[in-house]
Design a protein around this ligand. Structure first.
Ligand SMILES: [Zn+2]
Length: 149
């Protein structure tokens, strides 16, 4: 790490601790040339998640698209924005574990499952615009499975 004071590359770590939320390691470093102290943070590099659409196109995962889709399906329903955010975060976590590539169909299914646990009407609406099903029979079977519990 280059010293911000003298640009020397020689330093030593004088203190190292995990941040309160556990997502980073904070290190206090001391320049061996001029004894300046500075701080660095080490974080996990988030791997990119690629979504494969039914057309075969690949796009970067975008959580905002899930939020927008769920918000549309839940419009006028008693599903508040925090719940929508939580669904999007859950789906992201699920598909990231399955990544680095995931199909749009898989994402749609994960959203549908999460939404069905919150509000059946919203889930039905989401499913009706959701392109992952090949035909209506698939869609009805899925809804049957989701509403059984
Ligand atoms: Zn220095």
């Amino acid at each position: 790490m280059r010293c911000p004071a003298c640009s020397s590359l020689d330093d030593k770590v004088v203190d190292s601790r995990t941040t309160d939320d556990g997502t980073a390691v904070r290190r206090r470093r001391e320049c061996l040339e001029c004894s300046s102290r500075y701080t660095t943070f080490e974080r996990l590099e988030e791997a990119p998640l690629v979504v494969i659409k039914s057309s075969g196109d690949e796009v970067a995962f975008d959580r905002a698209k899930i939020v927008a889709g769920v918000a549309l399906a839940a419009k006028g329903r008693p599903v508040d924005e925090h719940v929508i955010e939580a669904i999007a975060a859950d789906v992201e976590e699920t598909v990231r574990l399955e990544g680095p590539q995931v199909t749009s169909e898989r994402i749609g299914r994960a959203v549908l499952e999460a939404l069905a646990r919150v509000d059946g009407v919203s889930a039905l609406r989401f499913a009706s615009v959701y392109k992952g099903f090949d035909d209506l029979a698939d869609f009805e079977r899925e809804i049957g499975l989701l509403t059984k519990n």
